[in-house]
Design a protein around this ligand. Structure first.
Ligand code: AHR
Length: 480
């Protein structure tokens, strides 16, 4: 099978924001307790942070981490998680029916971020709390000193403000499962008021308003239109969430699901631009794809909630296959293709819950299959997306039509003078002979070819074809 990509150095569609390589750490299952935080673990430091996990987070290359939820945030009082640990209350955590001990909270997370070299992305509770508490949290984190909450932070050990830049205005507020879910009108008004207060406290912050949790909800579309009418002038991004699973064990159809993600992105851009036009605004709304991944909802119903209010429970833990890694690769390339509009994206999640990094409590930490395409994109996917003319044979699957076997994105890094082609071959049995026609480059030399297929990662300095069912990174260097 033959395929072709034509790119031109002068046709750049958008700069890749560093925040598209984000992830997500929720108080859910063993993500925090037994994941990043486990006092007494052989690798734990004085804060209780597992160093084996921290090293893998650094190796993954994630740039920003969203916290503390997710559904969790909609019942969370951030003031429970600060101050002396012995006086922090244990609370019923209603979204997963566990007890939250609050031994890890905002200060622990922000210290962990600086050790992990990632930027925090904090979510405020707009389910059971409101605009006032959201403003207080911004004051606690970002105000220098001389007020109740900024001085409380200083007393709790952080003299300098954290300067948290990215803030989510609640989570999935359209979902019936959300604690304190709201109608589009109620959420739009509340998000607008919270946004005003939060930006009055710190005008340098950037805000993400909730879009629909999924395209199947009855309010899909109407939600975005209404919420943006209320918040357009006050927020910087609108969120999208998207999970896929291979519940029919139909690989070709599973790998085609990134096309549904493409559709969701295009619809969101259309909705944002419609509101922009209606309001005669010159402001462009950016997209925050702050939850995306493979999630086996169907086989995991039993693991969604704990029983009898334990302090820890193993929830939403996935043993990812190689095909899942390819699906993650296809989704990541779909996000990168829209680098002009998607400025934040978070692989949901980071450790133990729907995660590229897994641990055993008291034991080891390891990389799941989905770790690899994500880590390689973080490392080599820097610069500008090039407009691609791709030619590939196509297939029809059970639920998708004319799906190209080739999924690809080309990135030009002007600083390192590197052209990187990321490519997935969706074909189950045939190699793909891919020719890359790169126009307007002076002299391109292949420097490395990385290929990831079932049970095998190879690095070579020659490239001939893409193996069946494979993730590939082809790197060229421009010389004079
Ligand atoms: O990532 C797991 C859950 O998925 C999050 O808590 C929620 O926001 C979404 O439904």
């Amino acid at each position: 099978m033959k395929a072709k990509i034509i790119v031109n150095k002068n046709y750049q569609t958008g700069e890749i924001s560093k925040y598209v390589y984000g992830s997500f750490l929720e108080h859910l299952g063993r993500a925090v307790y037994g994941g990043v935080y486990e006092p007494g673990h052989p690798t734990a430091d004085k804060n209780g942070f597992r160093q084996d996990v921290l090293e893998l987070v650094k190796e993954l290359g994630v740039t920003t981490v969203r916290y503390p939820g997710g559904n969790f945030v909609s019942g969370y009082d951030w003031q429970d998680g600060i101050g002396p640990k012995e006086s922090r209350p244990s609370r019923l955590e209603l979204s997963r029916k566990v007890v939250e001990t609050n031994q890890f909270g905002t200060d622990e997370f922000l210290s962990w971020c600086s050790l992990a070299h990632v930027e925090p992305m904090l979510a405020v509770n707009l389910g059971t709390a409101g605009a006032k508490e959201a403003g207080w949290l911004v004051e606690y984190c970002n105000h220098p000193k001389g007020t109740y909450f900024s001085d409380l932070r200083r007393r709790n050990g952080s003299e300098k403000p954290y300067g948290v830049k990215l803030w989510c205005l609640g989570n999935e507020m359209d979902g019936f499962w959300q604690i304190g879910s709201k109608s589009a009108e109620d959420y739009g008004k509340l998000a607008c008021e919270a946004a005003k207060i939060m930006k009055w406290v710190d005008p340098s912050i950037q805000l993400i308003v909730c879009g629909s949790s999924g395209i199947d909800l009855p309010s899909y579309g109407y939600w975005e239109e209404t919420v943006l009418e209320y918040t357009y002038d006050y927020v910087d991004y609108i969120s999208l969430h998207f999970y896929v699973e291979d519940y029919e064990r139909d690989t070709l159809d599973f790998l085609a699901k990134s096309r549904d993600m493409e559709q969701e992105i295009q619809t969101m851009i259309g909705l944002c631009d419609y509101i922009k036009g209606r309001r005669h605004s010159d402001k462009t709304m950016y997209l925050s794809f702050d939850e995306w991944n493979v999630w086996y909802h169907s086989r995991e119903k039993k693991n969604l909630m704990a029983k009898n209010w334990p302090e820890t429970a193993s929830l939403l833990e996935e043993d990812y296959t190689f095909t899942d890694a390819l699906a993650v690769g296809c989704m990541l390339l779909t996000i990168l293709r829209h680098a002009d509009r998607i400025k934040i994206a978070c692989l949901a999640q980071l450790v133990n819950v729907l995660a590229p990094i897994m641990t055993t409590t008291g034991g080891e930490a390891w990389r799941e299959s989905i770790f690899y395409p994500f880590a390689q994109a973080c490392r080599y996917g820097k610069g500008s997306i090039l407009q691609e003319k791709a030619e590939s044979p196509v297939y029809d699957s059970s639920h998708h039509k004319t799906v190209p076997y080739l999924e690809s994105v080309s990135v030009w890094n002007g600083e390192s003078r590197e052209l990187v082609v990321f490519a997935v071959n969706r074909h189950m049995s045939e190699h793909m002979e891919l020719s890359v026609e790169a126009e307007n480059f002076s002299n391109l030399i292949l420097t490395e070819y990385l290929s990831f297929k079932e049970n095998e990662i190879t690095r070579k300095n020659v490239f001939s074809s893409l193996p069946p069912l494979s993730w590939n990174v082809i790197r060229y260097r421009e010389s004079d």
